[in-house]
Write a new protein. Sequence first.
Length: 381
Amino acid sequence: MITKEEFKKRREKVLNYLKDCSDCDNKKYKAVFNSGAQKVFANDVKYPFRVDSDFYYLTGFTEPDSVCVLDPFSDNPFQLYVPAHDPLHAIWEGHREGVEGVKQNFHADASYENDEFNDRQEPNTNKNSSETKDSLDFVHTLRSIKSSTEIDLMRKSGAIAVQAHRVAKEIITPGIYEYEVEAALNQVFRSQGANGWAYPAIVASGKNSCTLHYTENNKIIEKNDLILIDAGCEYQYYASDITRVHHASGNMSQEQKDIYDLVIASQKAAIETLKPGTTFKETHEAAARVIAEGLQDLKYIKDKNNIEEVRKYFMHGTGHSLGIEVHDRGVKEKDSKYVPGMVTTVEPGIYIAEKNIGVRIEDDIAITKTGYDNLTVDLEK
């Protein structure tokens, strides 16, 4: 669990950043973050609320319709505007912290009801007021480097996802629907204490395995199908993201196995590049080289150096930053160098659409001072 002290340290970094920017520009800056609003599903039924990631990262507070103001020039540098405590709301929909609760439990320096926000924000024309500065890029940079506590949460998220993938593998049999596998994944996520999925699960059999973000999950699994499962959970707001591939009947054809083995080899080569100072681009190039050579050897392409030929079968990147969001912020993958505390996926894939063969293998890996730590290594391949 992220402690109140860790949330405070994050806010202090943003407040110091605002001070530095203010000194450079000879202005007074503050930053404003919104928790988001609850969306309507139909009529008076609402979707479950998921708090904005940046707002959560800085506050730990998870109620909708709330605003965080960080102002280093205020007597109250950390201000929260929140929904009012309402006994009737508590009866129907549950407890709200209210103005007093967020001061006591979330260490706000000052707190107000959310309908006071506009009146309390001084207009920018007042020379003594602080001007709002977009600080999201800075916050996203902070988010890209995880603390040891964050990595522990991601390890737990990964462990739950590993269990879910194992259960899903066991129920795969010709004649069931993809959505039955999806249901098994989601059941494990919730039963093991996760918030739920980190993204809608991909359970893609046969030709669907060649659609990168297939989520309909409504096809009957047939006896000769490969089943690509890309699924991860969100545990205490931290995501996991794992992909494995199975055969409906348990035995791959030689052609399917050749592609599967090639993807496994490419992922191994990519993972071996992971250490401080190397780049996402180098990791991708390591995977792409293995895939290109293998596709040429298997006669799918004529020239391993022809990028367009290779892209026909391997058309996506090899990884992305992972954290509070499954595609986490703060890292421009191609040119960014790894530093300790980053967490990335490694997920090469090959998709032979004309043969209904889609294979992607994915793990979640933390960068350490000396190399890497595979958070999902326990899941069999």
